[in-house]
Ligand binder design. Structure first.
Ligand code: ZN
Length: 72
């Protein structure tokens, strides 16, 4: 994948979180992660058969990480 900011090739890796990797519209208390609020989105994208590991592309030049959360 090419970085949309600088067009250099991005490095594929992983982001992992014990309780699953999710995007939420509001900050969640860590203790309340199992009650993720309305609007939360699981970022699981096929890196593993659970939501705790997701693929992520990194651009070292721009210091950006991109997660495509489509499961395909
Ligand atoms: Zn870049």
């Amino acid at each position: 994948m090419q970085c949309p900011y600088c067009n250099k090739e991005m490095e594929l890796g992983y982001i992992q979180c014990r309780d699953g990797v999710t995007w939420t519209p509001k900050e969640q208390l860590v203790a309340a992660l199992s009650f993720l609020g309305k609007g939360s989105v699981s970022l699981a994208n096929g890196a593993a058969d659970h939501s705790r590991t997701v693929y992520a592309y990194k651009c070292s030049a721009c210091k950006k990480v991109i997660i495509d959360y489509s499961a395909d």
